[in-house]
Design a protein around this ligand. Structure first.
Ligand code: HEM
Length: 159
């Protein structure tokens, strides 16, 4: 096991990198025929709030919990939105395009953890957006880690 494994937040490049990611992402969203109608009325702070949420999940500062209502607020934003599978998939596809564009780390270990979180989070958002969904609002903030790889890519030492 590696010593001093960075958080996903630090490895991604911290708040500046995640803010760049969501800025580029929501520009794509607003130019996308599938997602534009869903996000047409979002506030100008939406990209920064999503960056803060993901940052906290990835082990960064508790900005979303302390300043934006925490996990219950995030869940509530998705209630009754009736998100479709097509919208969910497009959301992930555009976020991964944005990740490449802003040059988030592309090591297999980081991208594996990143995609695993996005799959989990977007599927929950879709479930919670359907009629009759009754999500537990007081679940703690999720915390995402490296999973099986255990840490970022480390090149093999030359012998
Ligand atoms: C990991 C997955 C996701 C995360 C972490 C996430 C996070 C968030 C957060 C933090 C907010 C509140 C923003 C604010 O405070 O202004 C929000 C709102 C929202 N999210 Fe998500 N979300 C995810 C997936 C999705 C998906 C897949 C969709 C649709 C395809 C979606 C649609 C929305 C909408 C429509 C809002 C409200 C926008 C508005 O205020 O007009 N989310 N999301």
């Amino acid at each position: 096991m590696q010593k001093d494994v960075p958080t996903l937040f630090d490895w991604a490049g911290g708040a500046a990198a995640l803010n760049r990611l969501t800025e580029v992402f929501y520009d794509k969203v607003l130019a996308d025929p599938v997602l534009e109608p869903v996000f047409r009325h979002m506030s100008g702070n939406h990209p920064a709030h999503v960056a803060a949420f993901i940052g906290e999940v990835f082990g960064g500062p508790k900005d979303y919990s302390e300043n934006h209502g925490g996990h219950p607020a995030m869940i509530s934003h998705h209630l009754n939105r009736h998100l479709t599978e097509e919208q969910r998939r497009r959301w992930i596809a555009l976020l991964l395009d944005a990740a490449d564009e802003v040059e988030l780390p592309d090591d297999p270990e980081f991208r594996s953890a990143f995609v695993a979180y996005l799959e989990w989070g977007t599927r929950l958002a879709k479930l919670n957006s359907q009629d009759g969904a009754a999500p537990a609002l007081h679940e703690p903030m999720p915390r995402w880690g490296w999973g099986v790889p255990g840490g970022p890519y480390v090149p093999a030492a030359k012998s």
